[in-house]
Design a protein around this ligand. Structure first.
Ligand code: GTP
Ligand code: MG
Length: 446
């Protein structure tokens, strides 16, 4: 399907650069290119030509590429003009494209056309935007995997199971006398159980993928003087926070965005938790506790040279994020740099001041952020996908209960809704309502 109108936009970032690319897609793309270049275009040939305006003035010399429908990014005729990366010049080329019949593309419109022409499904189209905006190599790789269809295939596998279940339950409707036997059969139970487990696994992986895209929100808490600010500085690789031997040095919440081994982390340093009469410090402590709920991961810092009751353990029992226990000042306590898994989570011994054990900490951070052991396997995902998977799981659970009660008609409806929810991720179902929301967040020219 080719749209009636032809769109044009700058495909490279706006600003001075060696090369700037104007992209054109639609039925007039070829004619526009041939007029500007003054010669015929062959598909997939790099033509070096002078681009001229209506008066015959040379705008620039450029490499002109023409991709014939459907073998192009959008599935339509596409023209790429690779000119010098000067904003004024590129604007002039765009003006000529408009004069020759193109209109300015809306944000994400090229990718929207690719979706409409079945070049990409919806999750892949979103992965294009995620790839462009990925803040780290790990995130970019995950987006690349989603763009390659890894996430979509996983969704389709679950959708396939739901189709089987639907067929089975709908068949039960056709044999009302045997409905109860149908729904109580082990086949359908096993099928629904398997589907439920697969959905849960996919949800967990998608959440990791989302975390990888968003970066990890890490909150550092602990008693005064435990070495929280020292830890922030060690991870940031520079003295961002004030460190002194005085307990109660940090009084406000300090946020630093740092990249650790290719991962983006928002590190939040907080005031040491303790009972105090100091009003300013108390406000800092109140804010520190407020940060806990927003954490993907809590770094609970203990002073290993000051053993005693771990008051932090009581404090963190209420917090939602997962906790990593850091026994700091191992250089003073003499404890070996080590890692232990205990009931309350992973414990690491380290020295923020001297940098010992930091490598192991970075590994734990990578794991928490969604990177596998070898840093592979993850795919990118978004909040929208998680919502859809949650919705699918809720409907599936309803259906499972209804099957147990031999309510075939209601179970069939719940399975349809679960199927719809999974389908909304790749856009095989109910896609139209989502288009505006998804493509509206793209940059123009993509
Ligand atoms: N020997 C040793 N000293 C450390 C280590 N980490 C921090 N310190 C020292 O402990 C003192 C307190 O460090 P900070 O990083 O300011 O501690 P904090 O937890 O931020 O303290 P508050 O902001 O007061 O809550 C400083 O004198 C640091 O140099 C460590 O691993 N080994
Ligand atoms: Mg501090």
């Amino acid at each position: 399907m080719t749209a009636a109108d032809t769109i044009a936009a700058l495909a490279t970032a706006f600003g001075s650069a060696g090369v700037g690319i104007v992209r054109v897609s639609g039925p007039q793309a070829r004619a526009i290119g041939e007029t500007l270049a003054g010669q015929a275009l062959k598909p997939r040939h790099a033509l070096h030509a002078h681009l001229r305006d209506a008066a015959g003035e040379v705008l620039d010399d450029a490499v002109v590429l023409y991709f014939q429908a459907p073998h192009s990014y959008t599935g339509e005729d596409v023209l790429e003009l690779q000119a010098h990366g000067n904003p004024a010049l590129l604007n002039a080329i765009l003006r000529e494209c408009r004069r020759l019949g193109a209109r300015d593309a809306r944000p994400g419109e090229f990718t929207e056309r690719a979706f409409l022409n079945d070049k990409l499904d919806l999750a892949q189209a979103e992965a294009v935007a995620d790839l462009i905006s990925a803040q780290s190599e790990a995130a970019a790789r995950a987006a690349r995997r989603s763009l390659d269809g890894v996430f979509s295939q996983r969704c389709e596998a679950v959708a396939e199971q739901l189709v089987h279940a639907r067929v089975y339950v709908e068949a039960a409707l056709d044999f009302p006398d045997e409905e109860i036997d149908f729904l109580a059969a082990p086949e359908i139970r096993n099928l629904l159980d398997r589907c439920h487990a697969d959905l849960a696994r996919l949800r967990a992986e998608a959440e990791q993928g989302k975390r990888l895209m968003d970066g990890l929100h890490v909150v550092i808490v602990g008693a005064p003087n435990a070495g929280k600010s020292s830890l922030l500085n060690a991870l940031a690789g520079s003295d961002r926070a004030i460190v002194t031997e005085i307990a109660g040095t940090t009084r406000d919440v300090l946020r630093e965005t740092v990249q650790v081994d290719g991962l983006w982390l928002t590190l939040v340093d907080t005031a040491g938790l303790r009972e105090t009469e100091d009003r300013v410090e108390n406000e800092g402590i109140r804010r520190a506790r407020g940060e806990l709920d927003k954490a993907d991961l809590i770094l609970a810092v203990l002073d290993d040279s000051q053993p005693g009751h771990n008051a932090l353990a009581d404090e963190l029992r209420v917090a939602s994020g997962s906790v990593l226990w850091l026994h700091n000042k191992a250089d003073l306590s003499g404890h070996a740099i080590a890692r232990e898994t205990r009931d309350d989570g992973v414990h690491l011994w380290l020295s923020a001041k001297h940098g010992d054990g930091l490598a192991a900490l970075k590994q734990e951070l990578a794991r928490a952020a969604g990177l596998g052991e070898a840093g592979t396997g993850a795919f990118s995902a978004r909040a929208r996908h998680l919502e859809a998977l949650d919705l699918a799981a809720a409907h599936l659970e309803q259906a499972m209960g209804l099957c147990n009660q031999a309510q075939a008609e209601l179970a069939a409806e719940e399975l349809r809704l679960a199927h719809d929810a999974v389908g909304s991720i790749t856009g095989t179902m109910d896609a139209d309502a989502l288009l505006g929301r998804i493509f509206g967040s793209f940059c123009i020219g993509k």
